[in-house]
Design a protein around this ligand. Structure first.
Ligand code: GAP
Length: 511
């Protein structure tokens, strides 16, 4: 069994060994922070997309979906503020030559202090037993109070520095906190600089006539620039939303933790257009609706928490993250942002086109406000994968690795396994495969012992295995084995479609 430290490593190697995720261009030693999804990975990813699309578009009468292009007019990124403000503060360590995000170094520093608080509380809880009041202890124990003050002072200082874009003072903060490079262990830092995260490329083949364009760093702008098109063609009225799933690109300084932070990734975003003044109400609505969507997957109630942003992005008046407990700790999974009328107003000003909504009740036009929900598809994948991955010791002393995916998300729903190749069992099994394949993703496998085949299906997260044996030839029944309980029951072939449909249904997830 793995300890926490090994767990993440094991998930990464399992993802590769079983065809979920491969390093991009691996035969050329890979491309940093770019990954390919393999045979099972692509299917799991599609199912996560479907879960999101169903919940956001299909289940809302007032949300429609689009699919806009990755390339957009360069003025889009000027208007959105990304050309001027989509920067991360970076700092290099002169000894290790490693580059870091300065704000991440400070966040890691405060997380360490938080770790000390947690340890003190844990020790005290053991000492005082059942009567222990953790909140009271945190508010009164001098050492814990001092630690908490260090955290809040540092966070407040960083927030102000980021707002003022004061990079000299930022370097001073890193010096004052005595932050050392995790690799070299030294505090020999360069100055803090701003680094724009957009990838630029050229449009147009003739030299001198080309134009610099950007690979989109978020899908949201494709929604904003289509606001009028959708409004005029969808018969929607405010409040209504536009959703899309698509690729985004960022030249991340610190690209690490597998598919958590990539340079090419996918977002599932929805912009909800509302009447100015009502944005707070919808912000709260979407905060709770999105948390409910995550929790419905059953990955664990305690694995999620909200984290309010210290520094809101240049376009937002309120922002919160839904954090998930990844194997390396709680980190951002989804962002919910109250984006005001910033984007539409900016596009209106730069394009000269009116991006307004005529409100028939007020008999006036205005630029709507926007509440955005934005979740990384790859991060969702990692959340699902890491919660599903289990190393289990079985009663007979053997071990198995199982991916306990929610059945609706599993890449294959059913494995069809003839007990042996002879006596017509393979042919009967293929008949069943052909019967089920229209409605369900099935995998046919006749190689190796039945025990080995069950283990293999557990390892790729197939929720149900159907075994075809000699009795099947006599009475048209098969056994169906449950991945999680490993229990088997005998059912009639004619019932299979309905049984699998029920077990793998989206209904339980949609609430
Ligand atoms: N339109 C708003 C926006 O893009 P964001 O917080 O920068 O906001 C939204 O990104 C989500 O996209 C994040 O919560 C995360 O899940 C995902 N994301 C952002 N950068 C990513 C990266 N480099 N790799 C993988 N996912 C990323």
């Amino acid at each position: 069994m793995s300890n926490d430290k090994d767990l993440f490593k094991n998930i990464i190697s399992h993802s590769k060994e079983y065809g979920f995720i491969f390093q991009s261009s691996e035969i050329y030693d890979g491309l940093s922070a770019v990954y390919d999804y393999g045979n099972y990975g692509a299917q799991l990813k599609n199912n996560i997309k479907e879960y999101w699309w169903k919940a956001m578009v299909q289940m809302h009468e007032n949300i429609v979906g689009i699919d806009s292009a990755i390339f957009m007019h360069p003025k889009v990124w000027k208007a959105s503020g990304h050309v001027d403000a989509f920067n991360d503060p970076l700092i290099d360590n002169k000894d290790s030559k490693k580059r870091y995000r300065a704000d991440v170094l400070v966040e890691d520093y405060t997380a360490k202090i938080q770790g000390k608080i947690d340890k003190e509380v844990e020790k005290a809880a053991k000492r005082f037993g059942e009567t222990f009041d953790a909140e009271m202890y945190k508010n009164t124990n001098p050492r814990v109070v001092e630690y908490a003050k260090q955290i809040s002072d540092t966070e407040a200082r960083m927030k102000k520095l980021l707002e003022d874009n004061d990079l000299v003072a930022f370097k001073q903060l890193i010096d004052d906190c005595e932050i050392a490079c995790p690799v070299s262990g030294t505090r020999n830092w360069t100055e803090v600089k701003q680094f724009n995260l957009m990838f630029a490329t050229e449009l147009g083949a003739v030299s001198g006539e080309s134009e610099t364009i950007y690979l989109r760093p978020e899908t949201a702008q494709g929604i904003f620039v289509n606001f009028l098109n959708v409004l005029n063609t969808s018969r929607q009225r405010l409040p209504f939303g536009i959703a899309q799933i698509g690729k985004a690109f960022r030249n991340e300084i610190v690209a690490r933790q597998f598919i958590f932070r990539m340079r090419e990734f996918e977002q599932m975003e929805m912009q909800f257009f509302v009447k100015p003044g009502t944005q707070k109400e919808y912000y709260e609505y979407w905060k709770s609706a999105r948390m409910k969507w995550h929790k419905a997957l059953g990955l664990g109630e305690t694995k999620y928490k909200f984290h309010d942003h210290l520094k809101t992005a240049h376009y937002a008046d309120a922002a919160v993250d839904i954090e998930f407990e990844f194997p390396f700790g709680f980190k951002e999974l989804e962002g919910i942002h109250s984006r005001t009328d910033f984007d539409l107003t900016q596009h209106q000003n730069l394009s000269g086109k009116k991006l307004q909504y005529f409100d028939p009740e007020l008999n006036e036009s205005y630029v709507p406000y926007v509440v955005e929900t934005s979740v990384g598809l790859d991060r969702m994948f990692l959340a699902v994968m890491s919660a599903a991955y289990k190393e289990e010791k079985l009663e007979d002393g053997s071990e198995r690795v199982v991916l306990a995916f929610p059945p609706a998300l599993a890449p294959n729903k059913i494995a069809i396994l003839p007990l042996m190749k002879k006596d017509g069992l393979s042919e009967k099994a293929m008949e069943i495969f052909n019967l089920l394949k229209i409605e369900h993703y099935c995998q046919y496998d006749e190689k190796d012992s039945i025990g080995k085949r069950y283990r293999r299906q557990d390892a790729i997260g197939t929720p149900y295995c159907i075994t075809i044996d000699h009795q099947t030839l006599e009475d048209n029944t098969v056994t169906i084995r449950d991945r999680d309980t490993m229990l088997q029951e005998r059912v009639s072939i004619s019932e299979l479609n309905a049984i699998i449909s029920k077990k793998c249904s989206w209904i339980g997830l949609m609430g």
